[in-house]
Design a binder for this molecule. Structure first.
Ligand code: NCD
Length: 355
C-alpha cells in the first residue's frame, strides 16, 4: 500500500480534498485493482470491522459496490434498506444510526435523498466521541464523492495505468452534459476536476442548470448565440458551494456543441426525473436531439474521446443505446469495475487506523 498519510475521518464532500488526498485514493485504489486481478481477491485488512450500508434511497451499483468492496477487505457487512426497516414504524434517522453504532459499526456508508444527512450523522458520531467514520454515498442534490473519485480513477488509469494521479488531467477538456441542476455527481466531479487543473465545460438546457447560472445567462448576455461564459458566482448549496468564481477553468454552455468541441472526455448525466418538480423539458425526444450524446456528435471531440455515465442510464435519452455499448468510446462498464477498487481504497483509508 502507498505510505502517504491520511488524516481524514469522514468522507462527506470533495470540496476540501487536497491533491495529496486525491493521489492517495488513486494510488491505493490502483493497488486494490491489482488485488482484484488475482485469483484470490480477498485481503484481511478490515477483518473484525463492521461496515454498515445505510441506504435510505434506492441504489443498485453504489450499494453493491460498497458491499463487495467491504467483503473483499474481509469486513463484516450490514445492509439496511429504509423500506424494510423500523423507519416504517417511525424510527428517526439518527436513532437508526445509533442502533447500528450499538452493534459495533466502524464505518457507516450513507445515502439519503436529503442533502446534509451524512454530515448530520457524522456530527452526531463526533459529538458522542465514537470512532465511527461516515462515508457519503450520495446526499440529495449535494455530493457523491465516491462516484467522482471512481470517475477520476477510471480516467487517470486510462491515461497512465501504472501510476494514476491527479496531475494527469491538467489541461484536459472535460464536458459534463445534462441534468446538472439535480446532479450530486456533477457537483463532486466539478471539485475534483477543477483541483486537477482540467478545463471543465458544463452543458445543459437553461432549465437544467442551477437557477443562478440561468439568471447569469439572461442578465449578462440577453443573447443566446453567445454561449461560452466563465461563471461569476457560486452555487447556493448548504455545505459546499462550487469553487469560488470567476474560475478560469469552469465554463458554461446552454448548447452542446461548444462543450464537445475538442473534448478529451464527455461525462453524461441521467435526467433525474424523480427530482423534477416541474416540467423542465418539452420532450425526451427533443432533449435527446439537442443534448443526447451520439457517435455523430462525438466527431466534434478529440479522436480518442471517451464517454462516461454514472448509471443508471436512460438508454436513448442522454446517450444513444449503441454508443453506450461501444467499447471504443464507452467507459461505463469500466467505471463500475473501478468503483470496487476505489471504494476498497476509501474503506481501507478510513478503517485501517481503527484496528
Ligand atoms: C448516481 C446517483 O445516485 O447519484 N448514480 C450512482 O450512484 N451510480 C446518478 C444517478 O442516479 O443518476
Amino acid at each position: 500500500m502507498p505510505t502517504t498519510t491520511w488524516n481524514r475521518h469522514h468522507v462527506l464532500s470533495l470540496s476540501d480534498f487536497t491533491t495529496a488526498e486525491y493521489d492517495t485514493v488513486l494510488q491505493t485504489a490502483a493497488s486494490f485493482q491489482e488485488v482484484l486481478s488475482r485469483r484470490t481477491k480477498k485481503v484481511p485488512t478490515l477483518q473484525g470491522q463492521v461496515v454498515a450500508n445505510l441506504f435510505f434511497e434506492s441504489s443498485t451499483r453504489t450499494r453493491s459496490s460498497f458491499e463487495i468492496a467491504a467483503k473483499r477487505l474481509s469486513a463484516d457487512t450490514l445492509n439496511f434498506a429504509a423500506a424494510t426497516s423500523s423507519m416504517t414504524k417511525g424510527e428517526t434517522i439518527l436513532d437508526t444510526a445509533k442502533t447500528y453504532l450499538a452493534m459495533g459499526t466502524d464505518i457507516m456508508v450513507i445515502r439519503h435523498r436529503e442533502a446534509g444527512v451524512p454530515n448530520a450523522i457524522a456530527a452526531e458520531m463526533d459529538r458522542l466521541s465514537v470512532r465511527v467514520s461516515v462515508l457519503n454515498a450520495g446526499d440529495g442534490q449535494h455530493e457523491h464523492p465516491s462516484q467522482a473519485l471512481l470517475d477520476l480513477f477510471t480516467i487517470c488509469t486510462l491515461i497512465d495505468p501504472a501510476n494514476p494521479r491527479l496531475q494527469l488531467l491538467k489541461g484536459k477538456k472535460i464536458a459534463i452534459v445534462g441534468d446538472i441542476l439535480h446532479s450530486r455527481v456533477a457537483r463532486s466531479n466539478i471539485w475534483s476536476l477543477i483541483a486537477s487543473g482540467a478545463q471543465v465545460h458544463l452543458a445543459a438546457p437553461p432549465t437544467l442548470l442551477p437557477k443562478l447560472f440561468a439568471e447569469y445567462f439572461s442578465e449578462e448576455t440577453g443573447d443566446s448565440s453567445q454561449d461560452l461564459f466563465t461563471i461569476s458566482s457560486s452555487l447556493p448549496l448548504p455545505h459546499s458551494p462550487l469553487p469560488l468564481i470567476p474560475n478560469p477553468q469552469l465554463f458554461l454552455h446552454w448548447q452542446l456543441e461548444p462543450a464537445l468541441q475538442d473534448a478529451d472526455f464527455v461525462m453524461t448525466l441521467r435526467l433525474q426525473k424523480e427530482r423534477m418538480t416541474a416540467h423542465l423539458l418539452p420532450s425526451l425526444r427533443e432533449y435527446h436531439q439537442l443534448f443526447g450524446i451520439t457517435r455523430a456528435k462525438l466527431q466534434l471531440c478529440k479522436p480518442n474521446v471517451k464517454v462516461l455515465h454514472p448509471g443508471p442510464v436512460n438508454r436513448g435519452v442522454e446517450i444513444s443505446s449503441d454508443l453506450m455499448d461501444d467499447p471504443e468510446f464507452s467507459l461505463i462498464q469500466s467505471q463500475v469495475t473501478s468503483g470496487v477498487a476505489v471504494r476498497m481504497a476509501l474503506l481501507y483509508l478510513l478503517g485501517s487506523g481503527k484496528a
